[in-house]
Design a protein around this ligand. Sequence first.
Ligand code: ADE
Length: 232
Amino acid sequence: MDFTFVTLFPNLVNPYFEDSILLRAKKSGAVRIDCVNPRDFSLDKHKKVDDYKAGGGAGLLMSAQPLWDAFKSIGEEAYFIFPSPAGKSFSQNDAKRLSKKKHIVFVCGRYEGIDERVVETYADEVFSIGDFVLTGGELASLCMCDAISRMVENVLGNEESLLEESFENTLLEAPSFTKPNVCDGLSIPSDFLKGNHAIISGLKNRMAHAKTYFHRPDLYKIVKNKRNYYAK
Ligand code: ADE
C-alpha cells in the first residue's frame, strides 16, 4: 500500500518509518512511504507557499497553487485525506476501511490551515484525531497512517492479535498479564494460571466489560444498545 505525505516538513515524517514495525513493513514492501513538498511546486520567486487571509483575519493560510500542482504530480487517482481539527473523528473502523485502499495521500496543513478551495476540490475525507489543535497535520497524519498500516496484510505478522484488540466488538481489550506471577506483592488473577481456556475467556470478557464501563462509559452505552437491539 502506498502512502504519500504532502508536507512542508518531510523531516517530521520520514524518521517515524525508520524503526520498528513500520521500518520492517517498508523493507518488505508491504507499505511504501513518500513525501512531496509543496514548496518544490511554488511558482513564486521566493518559493512562498502561504499568504494572508482574504478579507483579513489573524495568521496565514497555505496557498492553493503549490498544493494544486503538488497533487497533480502525485496523480489524481489516489485517495486524499485532509487532517483537520474540524474533521470527523477518526476511528478504528476508518483505519480498517482505509487499509483496503491502494494509495492514500495525507495533506498536512500548516499555519492557520489551507485555502478552502483546495479542500473542497480534493478532500475525499477530512479527519480529526481529537478535540485539540496541533501545530500542523503531520502528527495527525502519522497517527492515522500508523493505525491504517497495521491493518494492512503482512505488516504485523501475527494478524490474530488484531481480532482481540480494543474496539473490536466495541469493547476495550481486556487487561493482560505476563511473568512473574507475583510482582511487588501483586498476583496475576489466579484463573489466568489454571490453563482452562473457557474460564479464561469468560473472565477476559467480564474484564473487558468492566474496563469499558469504567474508562469509556460512552462506548459502553453503545455495547448495551447493541445488545438490546439483538435481544429484540
Ligand atoms: N491538525 C491540527 N490539529 C488537528 C487535529 N486535532 N486532528 C487532525 N488534524 C489536525
